[in-house]
Write a protein that binds this ligand. Structure first.
Ligand code: ATP
Length: 166
């Protein structure tokens, strides 16, 4: 439809290696000394066709959250099937209560326990992450358990067929 094709026009599509992209974002993000970011991928390179700048922003939001709401190392798992790449960002931090999970994609929503944190955010990270995923015709969901940790799972089409600019 018109709305989604217009949205797609704002994508700047190119081919890139998602594993390298993930490692690049990981090396630039702020973390505690006790934390490292372990990237697991089924292949050394996983090529996809998407908006590189937006995928970097998506990864940054998810990695930043995983580090912010945990003091331990985090894991990123990248796989693919015949049509999608699958990105899982997993932490072993404070987790999100079951009744809060449905709200965290709302703009400016922050779980009670995060509101008074020094590392305060604005509550815009996940809504932006979701809009980037939606623009790419992908899906995002969260599995979390309070006190145990959180896993954000993103499916993205390997290839955006429209508007290949490079
Ligand atoms: P920012 O806009 O800087 O990302 P934020 O982290 O508060 O700020 P969102 O990324 O939108 O905003 O996340 C919304 C809320 O969801 C957070 O305030 C936090 O309560 C919860 N949350 C998000 N990711 C995690 C996570 N990995 N572990 C625990 N809670 C999380």
């Amino acid at each position: 439809d018109l709305a989604s094709s217009q949205q797609n026009h704002s994508l700047n599509i190119e081919k890139f290696d998602l594993v390298a992209c993930c490692e690049q974002v990981s090396s630039h993000v702020k973390k505690l000394q006790s934390q490292s970011i372990v990237v697991h991928s089924e292949d050394g390179e996983i090529w996809m066709v998407a908006d590189l700048t937006k995928i970097k922003q998506l990864l940054l939001i998810l990695i930043d959250n995983a580090l912010k709401y945990s003091s331990r190392s985090i894991e990123i798992h990248i796989t693919k099937d015949s049509t999608n790449v699958v990105i899982k960002v997993k932490d072993f931090g404070i987790g999100i209560a079951e009744e809060e999970i449905q709200h965290v994609f709302e703009r400016f929503y922050r779980v009670d326990t995060s509101r008074d944190r020094k590392t305060g955010g604005t509550g815009l990270g996940l809504p932006i992450a979701q809009s980037i995923v939606t623009e790419h015709d992908g899906t995002i969901h969260i599995e979390s358990k309070e006190g145990v940790g959180t896993e954000v799972i993103v499916f993205l089409p390997i290839e955006q067929e429209k508007n290949l600019t490079k």
